[in-house]
Design a protein around this ligand. Structure first.
Ligand code: NI
Length: 439
């Protein structure tokens, strides 16, 4: 290449670079200043929640009409993200409105954003944005987005912030939805941007393309998959008592609340031989159960714990090393519980919220440290003592009544042998076999 050619090429490059920079600068001005050409009428009013205002912007232009409503928080970081979201939506609408040649040329296109705000917990707010557009070509579109604001930290949260293991939670929710006969919450996959929000006593997963109905799962079902901080912060607004009054579980509705329920519980596992065999039998008879696991066992068989959870059973905490908690100092009690919880969370992405102290031994100190009522039992099968399948199922048949909690151990071969007959006879008597939480 000759010198002259090089110079010319360089000049061309410089000019094209400058041109690109100009375009870029222009775009940036538009982006940062919002839609400055539009004459907005702005209005601010107080929301029902302290520290949150509602901002309304309305514009009536010749080609289009806009009306947007959105919440304004005390934290500027939150407001900036919402403004960016709103501005992006407006700009893409305006671009479309400008280029479209509709059938009613004199009829302006219209665009609106509205929202629902729910206080999900302590300084935690869920926002459901609804964007509606009508274009002059007669097209009507509605779309939804969700945001969850931690107003204490000034952050928006996603699945990664809220859930112990969003991927494992996602597959558990999928199964939960299927069992309830609901469409699968396809838009929750534990990604950075997840289309769900926490409402009052429920978690709502948005349906894809707004074609299907949204999936509502009761918060109490979703809650064990949340990190402890969020379980605690949500508990403020979502007391379990309120759940019982407001929304009876679906199964009760279907069966008129008349079905008898019993909870099979298995302690001291997981065990590589018997736990797997028990899961196979439970699956065969569509029975659900609760496994009170030992942390020291979970460490060796995490895949069994994950299988328990993924097949719809509940995992409870049976301490790390099966010591009598009433004989331990407070620090040791907490350690026994917390280490086990951490092992289960790592294995299955769920927290073993229910606790059964070894030997059922508890006192005020233990209960205070647990912070919840421990789960004991109403029927002791004595399976650890008799090792006799006939005797085990005989005790259950004799003592079964509605609300029974049946104590067994998934570490004995003879318990596995008793299980099938035991389940068949309970189901014949009209019992639904559920987890302790569903009792
Ligand atoms: Ni035990």
């Amino acid at each position: 290449m000759k010198i002259e050619q090089k110079k010319a090429a360089l000049a061309a490059l410089t000019i094209s670079t400058m041109f690109m920079l100009l375009i870029l600068a222009n775009v940036m001005v538009t982006a940062t200043q919002g839609n400055k050409d539009i004459a907005w009428a702005t209005h601010i009013k107080q929301s029902p929640y302290e520290g949150i205002e509602i901002k309304t912007r309305i514009a009536d232009e010749k080609r289009y009409r806009l009306a947007v409503h959105y919440p304004v928080f005390l934290k500027q970081e939150l407001n900036e993200e919402i403004e960016t979201y709103i501005t992006e939506k407006e700009m893409s609408f305006i671009e479309k409105a400008k280029t479209e040649k509709g059938i009613w040329k004199n009829h302006p296109d219209s665009f609106s954003i509205s929202f629902q705000l729910v206080q999900a917990g302590d300084e935690l707010y869920s926002i459901l944005f609804e964007t509606e557009t009508y274009t002059s070509s007669g097209e009507h579109q509605t779309s939804y987005d969700t945001m969850m604001a931690d107003t204490a930290a000034g952050l928006f949260l996603n699945g990664h912030d809220l859930f112990i293991d969003p991927r494992k939670a996602a597959s558990a929710f999928e199964r939960l939805a299927e069992e309830e006969g609901l469409p699968v919450p396809a838009r929750f996959e534990g990604n950075e941007r997840d289309f769900f929000y926490i409402g009052e006593n429920e978690v709502v997963f948005l349906a894809e393309n707004n074609k299907k109905e949204n999936v509502h799962l009761p918060l109490r079902k979703v809650s064990p998959y949340l990190k402890k901080e969020w379980r605690d912060r949500l508990a403020v607004n979502n007391a379990p008592l309120k759940t019982a009054v407001k929304k009876p579980p679906k199964t009760d509705k279907l069966q008129g609340g008349k079905s008898k329920k019993a909870a099979l519980t298995f302690d001291d596992g997981p065990n590589p031989e018997s736990t797997g065999a028990i899961l196979t039998i439970l699956k065969k008879y569509k029975a659900k159960a609760t496994f009170f696991v030992l942390g020291s066992r979970v460490e060796f068989y995490p895949e069994l714990v994950e299988q328990i959870v993924q097949e719809g059973h509940q995992v409870g905490n049976h301490t790390w090393s099966h010591k009598d908690l009433t004989k331990l100092p407070p620090g040791e009690i907490t350690k026994e519980i917390d280490l086990t919880a951490a092992a289960v969370e790592a294995a299955a992405g769920v927290s073993p919220v229910a606790v059964r102290p070894p030997y059922g031994a508890t006192n005020k100190q233990v209960n205070d440290l647990l912070g919840i009522e421990p789960v004991l039992w109403t029927i002791d099968t004595m399976d650890w003592k008799s090792h006799d399948p006939k005797a085990i199922s005989g005790i259950v048949k004799k003592e079964a009544k509605d609300g029974a909690i049946i104590l067994m151990h998934d570490i004995h071969h003879t318990t596995v042998l008793a299980l099938e007959e035991l389940i068949v006879s309970l189901q014949k008597e009209g019992y639904e076999l559920v987890t302790v939480d569903d009792l």
